[in-house]
Design a protein around this ligand. Sequence first.
Ligand code: ATP
Ligand code: MG
Length: 285
Amino acid sequence: MSKLKIAIQKSGRLSEKSLELLKDCGIKISTSNRKLRTESSNFPIEILFLRDDDIPQYVEQGVADIGILGENEVWEKAKKVKQIRQLGFADCKLCLAIPKDEVYTNLSYFQDKKIATSYPHILRKFFQEKEINVKIEEIGGSVEIAPSIGLANAIFDIVSTGSTLLTNGLKQVVTVVESQAVLISNKNLDFEKQGIVNRLLFRIEAVKQSSENKYILLNAPNEKLEEIIALLPGMKSPTILPLAQEGWSSIHTVIKEDTFWDIIEQLKALGAEGILVLEIEKMIL
Ligand code: ATP
Ligand code: MG
């Protein structure tokens, strides 16, 4: 039986989360000895540990069948691969930044300016669409120092907190695109491998659903049941059980964690008590 080859980042910001995702999907992987490839003992998958820059190319060529990496690298490399699913981690923005004492007006500020970046493809496309002419200086790393050493007037780089910009005397002026980790696949997987991808996706879906949802239990006075239930957007309808105490019921349901914080005040105002919010281990819809 063939195995699905999945490429993940060898060491860097994506490595730990990528392995964690596979683990949460119930896929056992031994990573003890720093090998560059390893197999799972309970799922037909082989893991290749690579530099993230190389993953789009390997997936396009079929050296790896699928891969996990940042959308930024997928866009920059512009290889022919299929983007299957966003994974909700490694969030970051690709931003334009200029020396902090400069007065910024609008995008035309960049007309004929020299911009240092490790993402020349994304940057060129952006300014072409805006019909603004810029000079792009491609560099491999430490992009933030380019303006202070006279290499460029501005930079285009990944920003997460902005503190690196500040320490280098820069300020962020435009967010060009937001990125997160994504699962990509080769465009011509055979039937058997596509089947393994589907099994993996099913598990990823269950993991993601469970992390976004909470199981909630609460006690409610019977006369307020209808109003309280109306506030709870459950999977189907909530489970309602009578409590030993006359006139009260217990409500069980599943809701999105972010919704929960919006409605908690209203639930309490309607008389809900003993509200418990529980983690969900896995969730299959
Ligand atoms: P490699 O050696 O594999 O080429 P790298 O140095 O290119 O590693 P990392 O710095 O580990 O890559 O970042 C990997 C990805 O993590 C980025 O491409 C991006 O999608 C995401 N990311 C999230 N936040 C940040 C951040 N603050 N800085 C850089 N990358 C970030
Ligand atoms: Mg890289």
